[in-house]
Design a protein around this ligand. Structure first.
Ligand SMILES: CC(C)(COP(=O)(O)OP(=O)(O)OC[C@H]1O[C@@H](n2cnc3c(N)ncnc32)[C@H](O)[C@@H]1OP(=O)(O)O)[C@@H](O)C(=O)NCCC(=O)NCCS
Length: 344
C-alpha cells in the first residue's frame, strides 16, 4: 500500500496497517466514505469524494494530519484526522489543529484502534508545527480522548432568543417546536451572493485584537472554504459594529437564524443588536440563536439581550503540545463559536 510515513505496526487483535494518509493517496477515498457511513450509521449524510478532498486534502491551511488503519482486504478500519488552523491571541498567532473526524469501523471497535490512530495523528500534527489541538468529542469518543490526556475545558453553550412570541407560542403549543432540532436551509442564490462579497472583507475579519482569548483566525479564503464545504443558507451582515456570519434554517415550522460568529471591533454587543434587527427585519425570522464558549466575548451579552440557554451543550477538549500552550487548558482562555464547532 502506498501510504507515506507508514509505520507498518500491527493491531493487537487483527492484521491492520497503520499510517498517515498521504494527500497523494486518493485511492482510499471511496473506502473512507464507506466506513464512515457505517460507523455513524448514516447513509443519508454520505460524503462525496469532492467533500473529502476539499476538507482533508485541499484546506486553506494545508492537508490535515490524518491517521488511517487499513485491513488486509483494503477496508478502512479507522480514521482520526486533525485539520490545521491558525489561532490568534492578541497580536500573537500560533498554529493549531482542530479534530475534523474520528471513527473506527464497527467491525473493529474496542480493540484500541482509535487510541493508536489518535497518537499517530497527534504526533504528525506536532511534527507539522501545531502547538495545541482542540476537539468537540461526542459521548462515544470522549472517554478515549480523556484516556489519551486531553483536558476537558468546558462546554459550548447554545442560546436562543424569541423574536416573535405570539407566533412561537401558537406553533410550539401545536407541535412542540422548542424540543425539535434546527434544520439548516440549503445554499440559496442570496447566500452565494453574500459569500461572493467575502473577498473585499479582509479588514472586517481581523478584529477582537484586545481579546486575550485564543480564537481561530479567518481570511476571506478560509472562511469561504469553511462555509462552502457545508453549503447552507449563510448571510454576512456588515455594519459599523463589524461583521456577523449567520445561517438561516427552521425549527419545526419556525424560521431561525443562527449567529455563527461575530467579528467585532468592540465588545460585540452592538453587533448582536444588529444581528437581532437583521434576523427580524431582513429574514423575517421568529428565532435567533447562538452557540459559543462560556468566555466568548459575546456570551456575556446574550442573557442581557433576552437569549435563554438551551439544554444541549457540546463538550470541548484541548491538548497542549508545547509548554507555552499549557496555560490554555482552561475555558477562560478560549473564544469558540459555531463557526469552529460546525467544522467538526
Ligand atoms: C468512538 C470510537 C472512535 C472509539 O474507537 P475504538 O477503536 O473502539 O476505541 P478504543 O478501543 O481505542 O478505546 C479507547 C477508550 O475509549 C473508551 N471507549 C471506546 N468505545 C467505547 C464505548 N462504546 N463505550 C464506552 N467507552 C468506550 C474506553 O475507555 C476505551 O478504553 P478501554 O478499551 O481501555 O476501556 C468508535 O466507537 C466509533 O467510531 N464510534 C462511532 C463514530 C463516532 O462516534 N465517532 C466520534 C465522533 S466525535
Amino acid at each position: 500500500m502506498d501510504i507515506a510515513d507508514f509505520s507498518n505496526s500491527r493491531a493487537a487483535a487483527t492484521d491492520l496497517q497503520f499510517g498517515i494518509w498521504s494527500p497523494a493517496e486518493t485511492g482510499f477515498i471511496p473506502k473512507i466514505i464507506e466506513a464512515t457511513a457505517l460507523a455513524f450509521n448514516s447513509d443519508h449524510a454520505r460524503w462525496s469524494e469532492e467533500y473529502v478532498r476539499a476538507k482533508f486534502i485541499d484546506g486553506p491551511w494545508g492537508p490535515a494530519s490524518t491517521a488511517i488503519a487499513i485491513a488486509d482486504d483494503g477496508t478502512v478500519a479507522g480514521f482520526v484526522s486533525f485539520g490545521n488552523c491558525s489561532l490568534q491571541v492578541g497580536d500573537e498567532q500560533l498554529k493549531g489543529g482542530l479534530s475534523y473526524h474520528t471513527f473506527v469501523h464497527p467491525a473493529f471497535q474496542r480493540r484500541g484502534i482509535f487510541s493508536k490512530l489518535a497518537r499517530l495523528a497527534v504526533a504528525h500534527a506536532r511534527g507539522n508545527g501545531a502547538s495545541i489541538l482542540f476537539n468537540f468529542p461526542n459521548p462515544s469518543s470522549y472517554p478515549g480522548f480523556q484516556k489519551l490526556g486531553w483536558t476537558d475545558i468546558g462546554t459550548i453553550c447554545s442560546w436562543i432568543k424569541p423574536l416573535d412570541l405570539p407566533r412561537i407560542l401558537r406553533v410550539a403549543s401545536a407541535s412542540g417546536a422548542a424540543a425539535s432540532a434546527f434544520v439548516p436551509a440549503r445554499a440559496s442564490e442570496e447566500s452565494r451572493d453574500h459569500l461572493s462579497r467575502l473577498a473585499s472583507m479582509e479588514d472586517a475579519l481581523d478584529p477582537w485584537r484586545s481579546n486575550r482569548r485564543l480564537k481561530t483566525v479567518h481570511t476571506p479564503q478560509s472562511l469561504r472554504w469553511r462555509l462552502e464545504l457545508h453549503p447552507y443558507d449563510y448571510r454576512l451582515h456588515a455594519s459599523d459594529g463589524g461583521l456577523v456570519v449567520l445561517r438561516v434554517g427552521e425549527r419545526r415550522g419556525l424560521c431561525e437564524v443562527q449567529v455563527l460568529e461575530l467579528f467585532s471591533a468592540g465588545n460585540g454587543r452592538r453587533l448582536l443588536c444588529d444581528a437581532i434587527d437583521y434576523a427580524r427585519e431582513e429574514v423575517g425570522a421568529q428565532l435567533l440563536s447562538m452557540t459559543a464558549s462560556l468566555f466568548h466575548p459575546a456570551s456575556v451579552h446574550l442573557p442581557l439581550l433576552g437569549f435563554v440557554p438551551m439544554p444541549n451543550s457540546v463538550r470541548f477538549m484541548a491538548l497542549p503540545l508545547v509548554p507555552s500552550t499549557r496555560s490554555y487548558a482552561t475555558p477562560k482562555r478560549w473564544s469558540i463559536s459555531a463557526l469552529d464547532f460546525h467544522m467538526y
